[in-house]
Design a protein around this ligand. Structure first.
Ligand SMILES: [Cu+2]
Length: 272
């Protein structure tokens, strides 16, 4: 069935449909990657490193997703069955099988190594002399209590007024490493402020630690992320990161309010 050359060069309807679908797929992939798949803006040094790893993983995942899906679309439309005859049957291809084994291995290793390094880093407690402030975050049904043992103050030590709920503030100085010791007095809770890109469980009879250095002053929403009963959704808090002077004046004010005497300056700038 010889066709005139001019006829043969014109793409078939199914090729055009496949090309249009692949372009739409490309647009959705890119728009999705830069919008709904983006994280909250990280405000801690640790969060920034987490974001870099996340973006690398996201980029690789979306490239794989696009290539595989575009290939399927192309195969469906370009090689659809048009007649009764069987297409050429191929059994085995060492080159192809080698390629589709080696490329995923390389991708997984390339993602695993930096992930492991980051996780170990986040899980390794900082040296004592690097810790400027230690805070105990205690989960209760249903509120967060924040104790500053060295400073002698406690924030929200008693149940809040749920009719006029004002989430307790976890006040920290910016640019300094803060160690947070997370525990629970009753059931399992989960402690997180999304802008830290980190989450840690509060488990009865156990102390979980996390550390962070907030880089940007501001207030950021935090909450319990483990369903823990009736008022789980009321377990809110505010991560309130302040410049050193501002933090110190807040501290003195709280110490005076809570009758801690004499007010002392416990938090000193620690070396990096
Ligand atoms: Cu909860």
């Amino acid at each position: 069935m010889t066709q005139p050359p001019a006829e043969r060069r014109r793409p078939s309807a199914s090729t055009i449909i496949a090309a249009v679908l692949i372009v739409i797929l490309a647009v959705f992939t890119v728009v999705g990657a830069v919008t709904v798949f983006q994280l909250r803006e990280p405000v801690t040094e640790q969060g920034e490193r987490t974001e870099v790893l996340y973006l690398a993983t996201l980029t690789i995942s979306f490239i794989v997703f696009f290539v595989v899906t575009a290939g399927i679309i192309w195969a469906i439309f370009r090689y659809r069955r048009t007649g009764p005859e069987m297409p050429q049957q191929v059994h085995g291809s060492s080159a192809l099988e080698f390629t589709w084994t080696v490329i995923p291995i390389l991708i997984l290793v390339a993602l695993f190594v930096p992930s492991l390094i980051l996780v170990l880093d986040l899980k390794t407690p900082p040296d004592d002399e690097d810790v400027a402030l230690t805070i105990e975050a205690i989960g209760h049904q249903w509120w967060w209590e924040f104790d500053y043992p060295e400073e002698g103050i406690r924030i929200q030590a008693t149940p809040p007024n749920y009719d006029d709920l004002e989430p307790p503030a976890l006040v920290v100085p910016v640019g300094q490493t803060v160690l947070i010791r997370v525990r629970s007095t009753d059931v399992v809770h989960s402690f997180s402020a999304p802008n830290t890109l980190y989450k840690i469980q509060a488990i009865p009879g156990n102390v979980n630690e996390m550390h962070m250095k907030v880089e940007k002053a501001g207030t950021y929403l935090g909450q319990c992320y483990q369903f823990c009963g009736l008022r789980h959704s009321d377990m809110l808090f505010v991560l309130d990161a302040r410049e050193e002077a501002d933090f110190q004046s807040w501290l003195r004010e709280e110490q005076a309010k809570q009758g801690v005497a004499p007010p002392q300056q416990h938090v000193e700038a620690a070396g990096d």
